[in-house]
Design a protein around this ligand. Structure first.
Ligand SMILES: [Cu+2]
Ligand SMILES: [Zn+2]
Length: 176
């Protein structure tokens, strides 16, 4: 993880230096609370250019503690997020921890809200791609934070309860 962060910093410094050759895709989701909840915020996906995607999560209004966090197969936050369907699973795997041998591409396990109800974390994954048309590109799908902890075992969704916030992953417009 430390090596990965250094690598990310390396690329960030190239961007900061204004390298004309670097064009890394990003996708963004703005999460809105489901009925009776206050959780909201943003999730930004950034192609690190090394086969990895960085997932930057910034949420507020989340009850303190762990909450299941997943990309779902449909880009529909209707019906309090239930219309998003099951987890994004282009590989036909079983649900599990992102560290496990088998898990959905959309499985991020849990994110943890601090005592102020905020989540601020970066997840690095090589199970997603931001390349246009790629089967593991999450664009157009929903990402949700759930009411409860993902137990990382129960099928098909870790028994993490209903979503407390949902947003559809979208292109940010023209790249710089
Ligand atoms: Cu979920
Ligand atoms: Zn899953």
């Amino acid at each position: 993880m430390v090596a990965m962060k250094k690598f990310a910093l390396f690329f960030a410094s190239i961007l900061a230096a204004g390298c004309a050759h670097a064009r890394f895709a990003t996708e963004t989701a703005t999460l809105q609370p489901t009925e009776g909840n206050n959780a909201k915020g943003t999730v930004v996906f950034s192609d690190l250019g090394n086969g990895n995607v960085d997932v930057k999560v910034d949420l507020t209004g989340v009850p303190p503690g762990p909450h299941g966090f997943h990309i779902h197969e449909k880009g529909d936050c209707g019906n309090n997020g239930l219309n998003a369907g099951e987890h994004f699973n282009p590989g036909g795997m079983i649900h599990g921890s992102p560290d496990a041998e088998s898990h959905h591409a959309g499985d991020f396990g849990n994110v943890i809200a601090n005592a102020n109800g905020e989540v601020h974390t970066d997840i690095t994954t090589f199970y997603l791609s931001l390349q246009p048309g790629h089967v593991r590109n999450p664009i157009g799908r929903a990402i949700e934070i759930d009411q409860n902890k993902d137990d990382l075992i129960t099928q098909p969704n870790g028994n993490s309860g209903p979503p407390i916030a949902c947003g559809v992953i979208m292109a940010p417009g023209p790249q710089p």
